[in-house]
Design a protein around this ligand. Structure first.
Ligand code: CMC
Length: 393
């Protein structure tokens, strides 16, 4: 047993070298390729961030126009894929649909499964970034029982997504630019986050040489859990369960009780031992969206703000360095934008796809790359002889 270092939850093991994302959890810093998340969210847009994550630098105007063109070219999915959706039960969770449909992309785009060809790897990457909004919107439409809406390539990325989700045939639908900007910023905030569980899953799956669509499907499956991407859904459910400001102390007490499994969802983070920088921008975006929609007095926002205030002045949360994370305010914002809670993690997956695929590319291009093969500390039975079934007791 002494041969391997045991590090449950990988709290102190680096699994790779990476140039993509930097987090300083103590200081609450998040950089994509060296650029602070605050600046990218404020001044940039999601597709620019995609370019940055994929290629390592911000695009010039010409490079950006070309990139937007190339992504836009791939927004449609094969028509046969739309029939794939109807194989799912109507009440299927949209994340289950996402795992299945995204994994099935490898059955439709065979050319993109040749990972030894850098050009094919880039086409696969663009296809993923371009098709995720289409697939996510179709998962939503299937969920609510409405006809699919095809991509409109004259729209920007976020507007096109909102249109595919909320337009219905034969009715005028105009995308609100303030809400589209908020959606775009939410995508930027979720675009990458170094070696979190789902990204590590994508890298581990990819280390065997699996095709990129299969790897991203593995990432989506991992993201689904409530301790990871599912936390925004769980956080909103929790705020709804609390319901009114006067019930907050009861829930704070439960979160502190060692014998109660309840946790404050949207609070705490493995890496951030300070305010999650994304949570600050998300809180601002939340105010903007609620303001635009005339929901400024949303009771859930009041609960969230008060919950944050009480928790941040409570010794338990201060000592354990538990601060709001990105999921704390994203649920209220996404709900205001019109999404049901079951879609929240789908939106996270859509946005994180560029991070996953950038990390996957980096791994495939790394000459020191070998198949990921963790070892274990075996704690089972020592050697023993087979006993015929008639002699077992
Ligand atoms: N509420 C109450 N207590 C908490 C919470 C919380 N949200 N989070 C951590 N703690 C306590 C925990 O009980 C433990 O106490 P003790 O040391 O006395 O046993 C201590 O803080 C450390 O917790 P941990 O579970 O060992 O920490 P971790 O790094 O393994 O877990 C986490 C990180 C994010 C899974 C956890 O904080 C959590 O479950 N938070 C709620 C779920 C959530 O919001 N997840 C979203 C994460 S951000 C988005 C993403 O990455 O996908």
């Amino acid at each position: 047993t002494g041969r391997f270092t045991y590090d449950p939850g990988f709290t102190s093991t680096a699994s790779c070298e990476s140039h993509i994302t930097y987090i300083d959890g103590d200081e609450g810093v998040l950089l994509y390729r060296g650029y602070p998340i605050e600046q990218l969210a404020e001044h940039g847009d999601f597709l620019e961030t995609c370019y940055l994550l994929l290629y390592g630098q911000l695009p010039t105007a010409a490079e950006k126009a070309d990139f937007v063109n190339r992504v836009t070219y791939h927004t449609m999915i094969h028509e046969q894929m739309s029939r794939f959706f109807s194989g799912f039960r109507r009440d299927a969770h949209p994340m289950a649909v996402m795992v299945g449909v995204v994994g099935a992309l490898s059955a439709f785009y065979h050319d993109s499964t040749d990972i030894s060809d850098p050009q094919q790897r880039m086409i696969a990457s663009l296809r993923m970034i371009a098709k995720m909004p289409t697939i996510a919107a179709m998962a939503y439409k299937y969920h609510v029982g409405q006809p699919f809406i095809y991509p409109r390539n004259e729209y920007d990325y976020a507007s096109n997504f909102l249109h595919m989700c909320f337009a219905v045939p034969c009715e005028e639908y105009k995308v609100n630019p303030i809400l589209a900007r908020a959606m775009d910023r939410i995508f930027t905030l979720h675009a990458d986050h170094e070696q979190n569980a789902s990204t590590s899953t994508v890298r581990l799956a990819g280390s065997s040489g699996a095709n990129p669509f299969a790897c991203i499907a593995a990432g989506i499956a991992c993201l689904w859990g409530p301790a990871h991407g599912g936390a925004n859904e769980a956080a909103l459910n929790m705020l709804q369960q609390i319901g009114t400001v006067d019930r907050i102390p009861e829930f704070i007490a439960r979160a502190k009780d060692k014998n109660d499994p309840f946790r404050l969802m949207g609070f705490g983070h493995r890496v951030y031992k300070n305010y999650d920088p994304r949570a600050r921008i998300m809180q601002k975006t939340c105010h903007e969206v609620l303001g635009e929609l005339g929901h400024k007095d949303d009771p859930l926002l009041q609960v969230a703000l008060e919950l944050e205030r009480i928790a941040l002045s409570d010794d338990y949360f201060v000592e354990k360095k538990l601060y709001p994370n990105i999921d704390f305010y994203s649920g209220i914002t996404l709900r205001a934008l019109g999404f049901p809670t079951t879609m929240f993690t789908v939106l996270f997956a859509l946005a994180r796809t560029v991070g996953w695929i950038s990390q996957w590319n980096e791994m495939v291009e790394d000459p020191s790359q070998r198949i990921g093969r963790p070892r274990q500390l075996y704690t089972g039975a020592s050697t023993r002889d087979y006993v015929p079934i008639t002699q077992r007791r």
